[in-house]
Structure formats: C-alpha cells, structure tokens
Design a protein around this ligand. Sequence first.
Ligand code: HEM
Length: 406
Amino acid sequence: MMHSAVTTTEVAPAGLKGWLAGQVLSALPFMAAMFRRFRPIPRLGPVYAVTRHDDVLEVFRNHAEFGVPYKQTLDVLTNGEPFFLGMNDTPEYRQGLHAMRAVVRASDPAMLARNTEEQATALVAAAGGRIDVVQLARRVGCDTMAAYLGIPAPAIGRLDVWCARLFGPTPTDTAGRAALDAVAAAFRQHLDDAIAARKAAGAGPDDVLRRCLAAQAEGKPGYSDVEIRTNLLCLMVGGPPQVPMVMANALEQLLRRPDALAAAAAAARADDDALLWPMVREAMRFDPLGPAVPRIALAPSVLARGTARERSIPAGATVVVCFASAMMDERRVPHPARFDHTRSEEQYIHFGHGLHHCFGRRLSEASLHLVLKPLLRRPGLRRAPGAAGRLRKSGIVATRLVVEFG
Ligand code: HEM
C-alpha cells in the first residue's frame, strides 16, 4: 500500500517544535550582533561559529580544511548514490559538477525568468485579490524548475509537496523517517519512469533531461540513468523549496518598510527587472535563507590567523558558518541596518561562496524576484488582516504570509 506521505497534497504541518525553533531563531540576529562584536568565533563544546564577514569567507574558501557534512542526509534521498554537494574537493566532485554544468545553457536563466513571471502572473490574476505568498512561491518555484529539468507531474501526489517534505533534516522518529523514505522512493521511481518514457519517446522538449540523454548517447561520463536520476532529484529537492522561504521573507521585509515597498512596486510596474532584483536581494539580506551552513574541520586549522580573534580549530569540530550574520557585519557591509539596494555584490553571501557556491545561483538571480513582481505591480498590496498577514515559520521554513491587493 502506498504511504500517505506520498499521496498527500499537504506539506507537513508546522507543529510545536517548529514553532519553538522559530521563536529561538528570531532571537539569533541580536545574539549574532553581540558575538560579532565581543566574541566573533565563539565555541560551544565541539561546535565553533564564525560570525564576521571576513571569517565566513575564509571558511568557505578553505574547502581543503573545512568539508561539507551533507552526505548522510543526501544518501537517504538518493539511496546511497553520490551527489556532488555531499562530496569534498575530489575528482568525483569535479566530474559530478562538470556533468551538470555542461548541460546548462547561457540562455537558460532568461528562459526560466520568462516562465516564472508568466506563471506567477497567472496565479496572481486567478487569486481574486488575496493570496498566500508561500503557496504562490512554492508552486511557481517547483513547476518552473520541474519543466526546466524535464520532470513531469506524478500521477499520484504532488512534486512541490514531495520536495518540501524532502528538503531539510532527516526526521529521527520512526514514523517521520518511514514517511520520508516512502516519498524519496516514490520520487526516485517517478524519475526512473520519466527517463525510460523519454528514451522511448525520443527527443522531446529542450530541457535538462533531454540534454543529459544526448550526452549519454554520445558516451560521455556522468550520464548513466542512475546518475541522471540522482542529479535531477537533488537539484529538484535542493533548489525549489528555497524559493518560498526567501521570497516570503523578502516580502515580509518590504512590507515592514513602506518606502522600500513603494520603490520595489514602482520598479515592478516599470518592468525594470534589473532594478527589482537588487531591491529584492537587499530585502533578503534582512532575513536570508537561514542563519548558517555547517562545515566539518577535516584537519586542525587556525582561523583569522594573526588577529586578536585568532582561533585554533581541532580536526572533527563542527564550524557553523553564519552567513546571515556576515551580511550584517558593518566592517564589510556599511550601515547594515539601512535598506540600500545599491550595495556592491560582494557584500551579499546569499548563495554561499567558494567550492560549493550555489549551482542554481544564476537561475535564481534571474527569476526569484519575478515571483513577487506580479504582486508588487498590483495597487494596494498589503498584509491580510490578523495573524494570516504576518509571516509564520516552522524553524527556518516560511509556512504562511497572506497578502491582499486591488
Ligand atoms: C532561493 C534560491 C537559492 C538559495 C538562497 C540558495 C542557496 C545556496 C547556498 C547558501 C549554497 C551553499 C551551501 C553550502 O555551502 O553549504 C547552495 C548550494 C547549492 N545550491 Fe543553491 N540556493 C538557491 C537555489 C538553488 C536552485 C534553484 C538550485 C538548483 C537548480 C540550487 C542548487 C544548489 C546546489 C546543487 C548546491 C551545491 C553546489 C556544490 O556543492 O557545488 N540552489 N545554494
């Protein structure tokens, strides 16, 4: 019998634990400011945190001594098949990354942007003056990326729900883990079926799957059926679930700043996407994807060497790389509390840095703001009355922000 987690159209409810985590996380910006000032590389047992801009970039750049800890989580998703995000700097990492980079075309970001704006516009038009931005962004982020990669909708269940459920930490309780395993298995089977169907049908639309199968037919390495399945699966689970997180956060930040909201609305109405993106990117800085990403010290290391905050890090320690804090560090981000969309690009670390910097960065930079654009164009964009109109989160994941317009 099929597990209900596969067939449901509901993303898992927030729950008390998620709410509590959200409350704790909301105190982080204040704590991070204290640490940046008085103890920039604090230690809690085997865990160290880097909170300043310079130190965050140093850890990201030093991938030889600070590796990624994602393999175990990814293995649950892929059934043990390797994906490059889970690897340190090895020939396998380079080959895996190269195989996917080779099937991305320079024109893809613009194409994804067009599809994003088109779908978001249609959903906003159909919404009748009231919409949950989280739902809007989840749907658009998932559908446009699925079409780009070449993944059809499943006959049972929904891709955006599968992706949202598979994104994030692996549950430790038996029922939660069984549900996750069932969704991951269903997703792998769905991809196997999609690959087989595309091979049987011949060419099909110009999407990533078609380009991978063409490379496979030419005998290039990195494109076996299982490698294609693993890459499509991880890109789908790793990318689209972040769209509702960062776009709901960004709109919440704009709603808190009427001047910035008005300026973003004017850019949207003027169809000035080149101006709208820096505004949305700046709004994201006040509440980015999450507070940090983790690294594991692969060898003994010294951080911020030669400075007053120099710290020895033993092998095996976890280093929490606080990129949200770094984007508030006045040493590198002038007047960080000020909303200023004219900041230079180096001040932002939304997409990571160094070896593992975001594979989807160019695609995201071209399309994220276009999820909000049709809303910003509407006159009278405002929060819905009551609790629905305030951003709600489960941990770092946005779960609801209802707005009204017109
Ligand atoms: C909302 C937009 C997104 C944000 C804010 C974001 C953020 C990030 C960050 C911070 C990292 C670095 C992780 C680390 O160093 O531990 C990363 C890596 C990555 N992202 Fe994104 N991402 C976004 C969208 C996407 C999309 C749409 C895709 C897929 C097309 C994607 C695929 C990846 C992959 C595969 C990596 C790992 C790259 C590697 O290991 O070399 N991301 N992303």
